[in-house]
Structures are given as C-alpha cells and as structure tokens.
Design a protein around this ligand. Structure first.
Ligand SMILES: C[S@@+](CC[C@H](N)C(=O)[O-])C[C@H]1O[C@@H](n2cnc3c(N)ncnc32)[C@H](O)[C@@H]1O
Length: 194
C-alpha cells in the first residue's frame, strides 16, 4: 500500500545517510548561495523533494491536485509533526495546499518553482521506482504539463526547475532552458528568470 512517510523508509534513510543528499536538486534551485530559499513545489506527489529541500533550510509550499495524494501527504505531515526533533523542524518549513498549481501559482508570487510531473513513459522500462508506479496508478499521467510550465515561467521571479528522468525526451517547449544539471538518473532543466 502506498504511504507517505517522513519518519521511516527511503526518505529518512536519505536524510540520515545520503552523502551529498539532494546535491543536484539543491544546485538546481540555487540553494548553494542562498539557503533561505522560498520554493513552490508545484507537483508535490509524496513530498520527497519538498522534504529534502526543507531539510536543507528552504521554506517549501507544496501543491497537490490529487485528493488521494493530498490526503496521504496530510497524514505523513501530521505524523512527522508529532515525531518531534529535527524531523518536526523540517516539517514546519513545509506548507501544503490542495488544488491545481495552474490556478494557485498566479496568486502566490513565487520565487522558485519546482515541477516534477509524471513522466510520459514511452517504453515499459523498469526504471520507474515502484512508489512512483503506484502514484501513477492513482493520478495517471499529467497531459497538461506544458501549460503548467508556461504558467510557472510567467509567475516565477527567480527560476523554474523541471525534474525529469535523464533519458526523457527534450521538453517540447518554445523556450530553451538556461542550463541543465545532469545526475545518474535525473536531469534538471533550469529556466532562469533573473
Ligand atoms: C511525479 S509526482 C511528484 C513526485 C514528487 N516530486 C516527490 O518527490 O514525491 C507528480 C505529482 O504531481 C501532481 N501534479 C501534476 N500536475 C499538477 C498540477 N498542475 N497541480 C498540482 N499537482 C499536480 C500529481 O498529481 C502527482 O501527485
């Protein structure tokens, strides 16, 4: 069964033992020079990226439009809040909103927007982790992702970061990205605004 947990499982393991944890993600959102980033995670999912960013010091607004995913996130956040210690401190930097980011973003005047929509799988590869496969079964694909990117690009004051599998096809978007950050399995396309 799919569960969103910040006090056990892969996310906690990454927090405790992940050397250089979230390094490429933190580079992509520009935390190297400013730890106090205000970030909107427009595609919250299981909240893993948001938690990683909050663990590095950022304040993160998470937006999720699937009722099921939103409820799972709410439960995970509640559980982690009552856990105390470092985990609760991290969670206090995360603010969850229900709804479609396309409608919500224009009301937030965000600095940085992170987008990680469900990748449109071409081949049935084994690369998609089982948790994400379960998320896909719940939310389907996100066919409106180009529209979300457009809205993010209009509204972000600093940058838009798009997370994709490394071998994902180039985003078919009018604007080329400013730079890419490449990892072993993940690629970040960064669109600078300033
Ligand atoms: C691939 S998952 C994100 C995983 C997330 N980065 C993590 O670390 O757990 C994509 C999620 O974004 C949500 N989503 C996609 N488009 C959205 C939109 N326009 N507004 C809000 N949520 C959206 C989907 O419902 C899904 O839960």
């Amino acid at each position: 069964m799919l569960k969103c947990s910040f006090i056990e499982g892969p996310i906690l393991h990454r927090l405790k033992y992940g050397k250089g944890r979230g390094q490429n993600l933190s580079k992509a959102v520009g935390m190297k020079f400013n730890k106090n980033r205000e970030i909107v995670d427009a595609t919250a999912g299981l909240g893993h990226d948001a938690f990683m960013l909050a663990s590095l010091g950022a304040n993160v607004t998470l937006i999720e439009r699937s009722k099921t995913m939103y409820k799972l996130l709410q439960e995970g956040i509640l559980e982690a809040k009552s856990f105390g210690g470092e985990i609760s401190k991290i969670i206090s930097r995360m603010d969850l909103i229900f709804g479609d980011s396309k409608n919500i973003i224009p009301n937030l005047s965000p600095q940085i927007i992170l987008i990680d929509t469900m990748y449109q799988e071409r081949k049935k590869t084994a690369l998609v982790k089982s948790n994400m496969r379960m998320v896909r079964e719940i939310v389907g694909s996100d066919p409106d992702y180009l529209e979300l990117i457009d809205i993010a690009l209009i509204n972000a004051s600093n940058r838009v970061v798009i997370k994709q599998p490394i071998h994902a096809e180039k985003i078919n978007h009018a604007k080329p990205c400013s730079h890419k950050i490449l990892g072993k399995t993940i690629r970040y396309d960064v669109y600078m605004k300033t």
